[in-house]
Design a protein around this ligand. Structure first.
Ligand code: BV8
Length: 254
């Protein structure tokens, strides 16, 4: 049984396009952090199998029970704090050093790309390490889990996680930046996302429609698979390093 390199049945013209691209991006979902031990939302053992997202990841749920929501985020903060970036996060840092223009577009709020060393990270859905006051706009960044549940603002309001919940709009600036990146990407790698949550899931189609390559890495097919130029099925921590080795190692002359 060969390693993941053997599962890399990528034609050399695709590998060459990847290596020679001047602008590239990666869209990541919870699957890129799975091998760091951070649970995904869907699929076996997923968060939504245990928790009701309407109670924990919507503004209504927070309004009804801010304490319950903060207990859930504090639990996730503690899990994430213990986690380490994995080989997929590290490979994405190497990619950023290779391409003249490169952006990480992540749906994840765990901060793992920045911890791995990625510099140009667009957090589409916010960050678990930031909280804000909806009354006076106070924003607090803290790399440690909250200690007070719920955390209070000096104005007396309850602080909320600075994340985008279901039914909430993404920041227009973030949407503009992500759409611009997708439109300009000669290659977009789509790693570890079920591609069911919009508008993030629409980004690879923007790259495709603009004539860019879409390369998917996942354990199983998604809606992206139908139009991706290549889909590599296997763990991101194995497939992404194997893909990257093959792309940058391919002889320049060919
Ligand atoms: C909005 C932050 C509009 C919080 C999250 C059409 C257009 C626009 C909106 C909608 C629409 N249809 C429906 C909507 C509403 C909704 C939506 O998309 N719902 C879905 C469920 C149908 N979208 C929204 O509400 C968005 N807002 O559009 O507002 C609007 C307009 C006007 C006025 C008001 C509003 C906001 C969505 C953001 C929600 N916030 N997270 C938090 O994290 O606590 S979503 C959360 O779930 C993530 O951020 C992520 O986006 C999503 C999960 O997706 P994934 O990251 O892909 O994770 P998942 O577990 O699903 O999949 C993991 C994948 O990895 C799997 O495929 C698995 O096979 C793979 N995998 C596992 N292990 C590995 C692996 N792959 C490789 N290697 C491994 N080892």
């Amino acid at each position: 049984m060969g390693g993941s390199e053997d599962r890399l049945d990528l034609p050399s013209n695709i590998l060459r396009k990847i290596r020679n691209a001047k602008s590239a991006s990666v869209l990541t979902g919870a699957g890129v952090s799975a091998e760091s031990g951070i649970p995904t939302f869907r699929g076996a053992g997923g968060i939504w199998e245990k928790y009701d997202f309407t109670k924990l990841a919507t503004p209504q749920g927070f309004k009804e029970d801010p304490r319950l929501v903060w207990e859930w985020y504090q639990l996730r903060q503690k899990e994430i704090k213990k986690a380490k970036p994995n080989a997929a996060h590290i490979t994405i840092v190497d990619m950023e050093d290779h391409f003249p223009r490169f952006s990480v577009l992540t749906q994840n709020i765990d901060g793992m790309h920045s911890r791995a060393g990625s510099r140009n990270v667009v957090e589409l859905h916010g960050s678990i390490w930031r909280m804000r006051c909806e009354r006076d706009g106070l924003m607090i960044q803290d790399d440690d889990p909250v200690t007070e549940i719920p955390p209070m603002c000096q104005c007396g309001s309850i602080l909320r996680p600075d994340v985008v919940w279901f039914g909430e709009q993404l920041s227009p600036d973030v949407v503009d930046e992500a759409s611009r990146v997708a439109n300009e990407s000669e290659v977009m790698f789509v790693v570890g996302t079920s591609a069911v949550v919009y508008p993030a899931a629409a980004l690879p189609a923007i790259t495709k429609n603009a004539g860019g390559l879409v390369i998917e890495i996942n354990l199983e097919p998604t809606d992206i698979t139908s139009y991706a130029d290549a889909s590599l099925f296997g763990p991101a921590g194995e497939m992404l390093p194997a893909l990257w080795n093959a792309a940058v190692r391919i002889p320049k002359a060919l």
